[in-house]
Design a protein around this ligand. Sequence first.
Ligand SMILES: *Cc1c(COP(=O)(O)O)cnc(C)c1O
Length: 278
Amino acid sequence: MSICFFEGEFRPTGECRLPVTDLVIQRGVGVFDSIRIYNRRALALDHHLDRLRGSAICAGIRLDGIIDKIRDAVRTGVQRNDCPDGGDCLAKTYITGGDVNEHGRFPNPRYFVIFESGPAIIEDEYTSGVWLHPTSEGRPFPKIKSVNYLVGLMEAAERHDVMECLYCPGGKITETLRSSFFISKDGRLVTAPVGAVLGGITRNIVLELAGEAGLEVDERCPDISELDYADEAFLTSSWKEIMPVVKVGDISIGDGHPGPIAKKLLKMFRSSLDRWLD
Ligand SMILES: *Cc1c(COP(=O)(O)O)cnc(C)c1O
């Protein structure tokens, strides 16, 4: 059972109800952020809340003091031990459009925070790598972490062999359904610039770690043809951390097995987590 902070109270998630008049239901107006909790400590809490604030402002949602209330709710929930699984979980923070639409401005939002286990972690995905499905679609409003995943979900619907879609509008690789994407070639990393993609919190941590590991990074959208020659590819997100990608569509990456750079960055990430914990 998961717990939700909703209308000022902590309650079982199953008892929380949004009115059918909320614009998140009627028009898909809503933003969110997922914060990883490690052993009862939130990772990069303020970075996530800054991004949530930015998403809401871009989407025209008026915030007033909501971000501070969400910060308190996350901290209180973590302290109350609302996380299942002994303190390793996700705090999923949502701000909805609410019931009022003033010409594309949303002055009365609702917000809530769900504390729940993330998807099961499958060790094989780290040791064997995962597959992605490339699509020529792009993600609208890349700087907004919107609740609307419809385009990306439809692109990989019923593809049980792939983890998720890889957005490649105009043949340029941006990001996946819910993760940042990197390739590595001759010890150089390439990843799309923020603006073309969401500013992934794990992405930023990986950029910092890459600098410490002496890896050069190019922030540009790689052409899809570069996958033919890449040594490695991987994706990053709060829940998956750093996960090797070994196939995109019909293209095998490198020798088709996870490579040393993704492995090294994951090891560095896990051993330096303390730096970013609340
Ligand atoms: C959430 C998300 C990411 C990953 O961000 P993290 O902060 O690293 O979890 C990347 N791209 C998209 C489209 C996302 O929704």
